[in-house]
Design a protein around this ligand. Structure first.
Ligand code: HEC
Ligand code: HEC
Length: 246
């Protein structure tokens, strides 16, 4: 009898120790600024995690948005949250959640905090023995090894990839409006947009300061921070590409 009791008590002690260890390991690793913590509450209250994942945790209906803040910037995310259905036509639509301005501020502070966690997310693709490398759907921005040699070809490459992903908002086929206008024929149009402004200068301004000239009939919804995310060389290459679109 005594032996069974000792065994029972030992089991209890081990379970308690294990529970404690799990509890400690799931506690947030770093303290969060107050605005970000308020944003985490907004995130939970609106059930964002029912559709989205952060660090792979949550619902799989909509994309993982761990790095959205850095990729998109606050201006874009504000526009997006007000009217999500204007973006990504043909994809699943996110409901307009009617967030207040304060809720949006807090949410953006939270997403900024999430993006700032240096956790090596997304993880590297798994190499399975005998299999090919896993194809990554949006090519990562730092694969400089496979960059084309010619500037306009490099520009086309960057047009479709992070950090800017111009192609999510601009089609290259005529008369196709996504969020922004089609850029088919932009090389010719760019020269006539602003009197006294050459095509190249207009295109540079369109990327660095999109609010300076807003194409009639379109919202002022292009990111304002592309200059912080694209290098001077990437911008020159993208302009070289746009100048080929006669
Ligand atoms: C009912 C499901 C649903 C809920 C709830 C939801 N989303 Fe979304 N969200 C989506 C879908 C669908 C997309 C677009 C997916 C696509 O383009 O394929 C999206 C896209 C996004 C994007 C990416 C925008 C871009 O273009 O880069 C962000 C950021 C985002 N949602 C934030 C949020 C936040 C914050 C909340 C909570 C306040 C939230 N979502 C709640 C479904 C949802
Ligand atoms: C979030 C969506 C979005 C993204 C991403 C985006 N744009 Fe735009 N863009 C717009 C919208 C909306 C307009 C029209 C309003 C305006 O002129 O600002 C526009 C306008 C333009 C124009 C002016 C077109 C004309 O007919 O005069 C150019 C050029 C342009 N964008 C280039 C780019 C390039 C290059 C990138 C990537 C580096 C990019 N855009 C990324 C939404 C976007």
């Amino acid at each position: 009898m005594r032996g069974t009791q000792v065994f029972f008590v030992a089991c209890l002690a081990i379970s308690a120790a294990l529970l404690l260890a799990v509890g400690v390991s799931t506690m947030p690793p770093r303290s969060m600024p107050a605005a970000a913590a308020a944003g985490a509450a907004v995130w939970r209250a609106y059930r964002c995690e029912g559709c989205h994942t952060l660090f792979g945790q949550g619902g799989a209906y909509a994309p993982d948005i761990t790095r959205s803040y850095g990729q998109r910037g606050p201006d874009y995310l504000r526009e997006f949250l007000v009217n999500p259905s204007a973006f990504h036509p043909g994809a699943r639509v996110m409901p307009a959640l009617g967030l207040t301005r304060t809720e949006t501020d807090h949410l953006l502070a939270f997403l900024q905090w999430v993006d700032g966690q240096n956790t090596g997310w997304p993880p590297r693709p798994l190499r399975v023995a005998g299999g090919a490398d896993t194809e990554v759907s949006v090519a990562s921005a730092d694969t400089t090894a496979s960059l084309p040699a010619e500037p306009a070809a490099r520009g086309e490459y960057w047009f479709k990839r992070p950090p800017a992903i111009c192609a999510t908002c601009h089609a290259l086929t005529p008369n196709t409006v996504i969020v922004g206008p089609s850029l088919a024929g932009i090389a010719s149009r760019a020269a006539d947009r602003v009197p006294g402004m050459a095509a190249e200068a207009y295109l540079r301004e369109s990327i660095l300061n999109p609010g300076a000239f807003v194409v009639p009939g379109f919202p002022d919804a292009m990111q304002k921070n592309l200059g912080e995310h694209l290098s001077a060389e990437q911008i020159n290459d993208i302009i070289a590409f746009l100048l080929t679109l006669e």
